[in-house]
Design a protein around this ligand. Structure first.
Ligand code: NAD
Length: 270
């Protein structure tokens, strides 16, 4: 029996210098994983270092690694370097994501391509390198019952349309079908691929939606459970999906959304 659920496993968490990625990195590290705290550019290094310091001061393990997930050569190098340093990768948290919002008629090709490039292509590039490593290494029962785990950070917007955010919603809808397709393709190798669909979680990406009492009140109209989510809600879900406790779960999106996907507008309109 392992002392901690993810003891001895290596986890890459993309976009982990802030928000959900930072929360998930801390949760995985607390569960025994050695975490690679990915961040995209020089300017995010200090924030990534701060996440690492918190992990280390809790007695847990990790490193930081700069890599823009939308760039194929950088993603290949990150996986090669991590595998050279730690021997393998067991868990990929495909978390990096961003928004460039615009009314659709004004949306530029640059805004469209930028969001799809990071949110969808970035997840493809990282998932492909992870799958290659899982296939190379195969099943090692002392590490995990599964031969590798990928968790894609999707959104409630993989199913809820979002006016003014067509590029973002399209990227998340794309993640859903990429996740399901590769889950189907690699289940025979005991590789598991799932998504987490966060609702509204307090992070820098959406601070204007919750940082005043008026904004938070309006947001709560969309959340039947009656509170805005926090990164720890997502961290706990990620640990479960990465651990052998969820061994029979693959190809699914776990919505962690306080009921946002339950069409709350219909609760008083039946
Ligand atoms: P955030 O802005 O704090 O985190 C996004 C992270 O991605 C940042 O650390 C950023 O540096 C990183 N990043 C951006 N471009 C990158 C690139 N090219 N390469 C590597 N890293 C890059 O926001 P967040 O809310 O923590 O978002 C994390 C994920 O959760 C995103 O995929 C987002 O779509 C998803 N999500 C968030 C919410 C929410 O309510 N906060 C809801 C649904 C889904």
């Amino acid at each position: 029996m392992k002392e901690k659920k993810l003891q001895g496993q290596i986890a890459i968490v993309t976009g982990a210098s802030s928000g959900i990625g930072a929360g998930v990195a801390k949760a995985l590290a607390a569960a025994g994983a050695t975490v690679v705290i990915n961040h995209p550019v020089e300017a995010t290094q200090a924030a990534a270092q701060a996440v690492l310091e918190q992990i280390k001061s809790a007695g847990d393990k990790g490193i930081i690694y700069q890599c823009d997930v939308s760039k194929e050569d950088e993603v290949k190098k990150m996986f090669a370097d991590v595998i050279a340093q730690f021997g393998t990768v067991d868990i990929l948290i495909n978390n990096a994501g961003l928004q460039r919002d615009s009314p659709f008629q004004d949306m530029t090709l640059e805004q469209w391509n930028f969001v799809l490039g990071v949110n969808l292509t970035g997840q493809f590039l990282c998932a492909r390198e992870a799958i290659r490593e899982f296939l190379r290494r195969g099943l090692v029962p002392e590490r995990s019952i599964s031969a590798g785990k990928i968790i894609c950070m999707s959104s409630v917007h993989e199913v809820i349309p979002w006016a003014g955010h067509a590029n973002y919603a399209a990227s998340k809808g794309g993640i859903m079908m990429m996740m399901k397709s590769i889950a189907q393709e690699f289940a025979p190798w005991k590789i598991r691929v799932n998504s987490i669909g966060p609702g509204a979680i307090k992070t820098p990406i959406n601070h204007q939606a919750w940082d005043t009492p008026a904004a938070e009140k309006k947001l709560l109209e969309l959340i039947p459970y009656g509170r805005v989510g926090v990164v720890e809600d997502i961290g706990a879900a990620a640990v479960w999906l990465a651990s052998d406790d969820s061994e029979y779960v693959t190809g699914t999106t776990l919505f962690v959304d306080g009921g946002m996907t339950l069409y709350p507008g219909f609760s008083t309109n039946g």
